[in-house]
Design a protein around this ligand. Structure first.
Ligand code: B4P
Length: 191
């Protein structure tokens, strides 16, 4: 199994690049953001709870997202590997993921960290908000809260993986094709 974490602040291109990477490397795409949004659309109890946090730009509680990922791993026993998009976002999530993968006798092979300036992030998310209908994309204060949450709770996760020499920083600015090529070059070195 070859498992990738695509890491970066909100709007850095994780979802955009994940769609291409899973096709090229035949991986199962696990986006906690997408799973949460489908729970919200289905008006499930989990979705209703998550919406309260997401609308404010806050992270959803660890136990909720860890449970979702555990369920998704169980549901895909045949996967050749997983691409984790937007997960883990806290140290507790990273530790839980290591344990879940160990049970499957596998681990994270590489963490690709997309670097994008804060102003570019805000512009991209506001632009997406015009068409996406996402309530967390159309308000600049909510977007800034998401970026603050990222610095406070998520960026330490990169340090967690750096201890194991698994993190590669990639510029997330430039064309989508150029960034995709840089990501593939790093994966091809490791696969
Ligand atoms: P996510 O769904 O993960 O959303 P995101 O971080 O905003 O988006 P992403 O980074 O994938 O977007 P992309 O750059 O592709 O999270 C949403 C919320 O869910 C979180 O705030 C949190 O509340 C909750 N959540 C999710 N996972 C969680 C977890 N593990 N724990 C707790 N809470 C969790 O796209 C952005 C825009 O940029 C797009 O419009 C795209 O077209 C554009 N773009 C991409 N690449 C570009 C480029 N190179 N140049 C110009 N524009 C580009």
């Amino acid at each position: 199994m070859f498992n990738i974490v695509l890491f970066g602040p909100p709007g850095s291109g994780k979802g955009t690049q994940s769609e291409r990477l899973v096709l090229k490397y035949n991986l199962k795409h696990l986006s906690t953001g997408d799973i949460l949004r489908s729970e919200i659309a289905g008006q499930t109890p989990l979705g209703l709870e998550a919406k309260n946090f997401m609308d404010k730009g806050q992270l959803v509680p660890d136990e909720v997202v860890i449970g979702m990922i555990s369920f998704a791993l169980e549901k895909n026993p045949q996967a050749k590997g997983f691409l984790f998009d937007g997960f883990p976002r806290t140290d507790a999530q990273a530790e839980a993921l290591d344990k879940l993968l160990k049970l499957k006798q596998t681990e994270i092979a590489i963490v690709l960290s997309l670097l994008v300036s804060e102003e570019e992030l805000v512009q991209r998310l506001l632009k997406r908000g015009i068409t996406s209908g996402r309530s967390d994309d159309n308000n600049v204060d909510v977007i800034r809260t998401r970026i603050i949450e990222y610095h406070k709770k998520t960026s330490p996760v990169a340090e967690y993986y750096r201890k194991f020499n698994k993190v590669f920083d990639i510029s997330g600015e430039g064309s989508i094709d150029e960034i995709f090529e840089s990501l593939c070059a790093k994966i091809d070195e490791r696969i």
